[in-house]
Design a protein around this ligand. Structure first.
Ligand SMILES: [Zn+2]
Length: 234
């Protein structure tokens, strides 16, 4: 089989396949599965039927999956995958950067990647290099994905009006929010809300897998306390 167009910097396709078939939660948030036949991307723990290997690519970040044209699965909800796994060395810097981005460091009109890099004690070009190498994306694209993910968690986990969700998720306007959600999910936020909990818009199965139907607050807590094996990918 030809090597996949997308791959992870430190995991072979075969290793990723083992993770996928085991639905190994240790890799949740560290790799994402793009299914080329459906153009949907999933977490390793996704409960839906396993796609054929020839229809699968592996990606190191949600932003990379979205840049490659995949939309998030409505069953396993990549926006609820744990962030900032326990990384060492250069990847720890990437993890810190992601955490700051998740907290809104690149939201708003005044924010700049240079300032984020400065907070991390490195140059903006080095930060861009690290993102390319480990996440196959840019800090700006990661920030866009973070805003979309924040909004999606609020759509699923609250009954807040869309204007409020757009604001809380870090978008500068309702229009920017609608455009971003449509680009990533291929459907407007109102339809995402109607589809919440069923996953019907993205798969033929119904019902939530155990542990997936948590609230945004639960997810935020789970993300910040999640502990992954430090040596899993070393
Ligand atoms: Zn999925």
């Amino acid at each position: 089989m030809a090597p996949p167009a997308h791959s992870l910097p430190d995991l072979s396709f075969e290793q990723c396949e083992r993770v996928r078939y085991a639905r190994d939660p240790a890799y949740d948030g560290r790799l994402f599965i793009g299914v080329t036949s459906t153009r949907i991307y999933c977490r390793p723990i996704c409960p839906v039927r396993q796609p054929l290997s020839r229809n699968v690519v592996y990606l190191p970040s949600a932003a990379a999956a979205e840049a490659a044209g995949f939309r998030p699965c409505l069953r396993c909800r990549p926006e609820t995958a744990p962030h900032s796994p326990a990384w060492n060395g250069a990847r720890a810097t990437v993890g810190r950067a992601l955490r700051l981005i998740e907290e809104g460091a690149l939201d708003g009109e005044q924010t700049r990647v240079e300032q984020l890099a400065e907070r991390l004690g490195i140059g903006a070009r080095h930060l861009a290099r690290l993102f390319r190498r480990y996440l196959q994306t840019t800090p700006t694209a990661a920030a866009r994905t973070a805003r979309v993910q924040r909004a999606k968690r609020l759509i699923d986990g609250s009954d807040l009006p869309m204007t409020e969700i757009a604001h809380r998720a870090g978008f500068n306007s309702l229009r920017a929010f609608n455009t971003a959600m449509l680009a990533v999910y291929r459907m407007p936020p109102s339809r995402l809300r109607r589809a919440r909990g069923t996953g019907n818009a993205a798969s033929t199965s119904s019902g939530r897998p155990p542990g997936i139907g948590r609230t945004a607050e639960d997810q935020a807590r789970a993300s910040s306390t999640s502990i992954l094996p430090r040596t899993a990918l070393e």
